[in-house]
Design a protein around this ligand. Sequence first.
Ligand SMILES: [Zn+2]
Length: 242
Amino acid sequence: MDFQKLLKNPKPYAIAALELTKRKLRTHLSRGSAVHCEICLWNGAQFFNGKCPKCNSLPRTRLIPFSLRHFGLIRGNQKILHIAPNLNEYNYVKNTFENIQVYDRLNIREVPHINLVQDITKTDIPDNSYDLVIVWHVLEHIVEDRKAASEIYRILKPKGNLLMSVPIYPAGNLITYEDPAIKYEDYEKVHGHDDHCRSCGMDYYKRFESVGFSTQVLEEYTAEGLKRYGLSQNHVVWCFSK
Ligand SMILES: [Zn+2]
């Protein structure tokens, strides 16, 4: 800890210490085995507001392990590209896949656990580079998502897989809606989030089929999955194959 910084501005440190204490207390109070966080392997009585008290993972993040298993994608010796992972997603993949040949993490901005700072709509990654690409709640932020779909198709190996989820908004929405005339400041009013450039619907997978992918879908999970792993509802997961 940098004590000079702490003395100058103690507030962020106090907030971080308080958050850590809160999580430790919740972890302690929630001892049990009814729920299991597949991100940090914590077992307990309950999640708190959907979050794991130990690693703070969100329900939608915990849907990744469930989906990877559902589609049989957890295999050894793979080359993996993870687009804009959060820290929990990164740690999960790093610790779960055996003998990873390559695990690249791409983001348009520099983030500590990222190793490729590139734009997914136009990378300099060679053709047929990866066995698996994971893109989780990212494409609703990317205006040129069709270009991103083509780029992912290009850099996947033949028979490679793309695991993808986007938020469906509003819940159950069937038809994807976007309009370039909608201004950035109106995104929240129209799309439910101040940085979402479209409202994705259940038909969103068609954009990926149009660049050559074939599709499998996971839209309903078992009640056991929902409760035990604290999964997000109203989300859909697609597994695309090249
Ligand atoms: Zn956890």
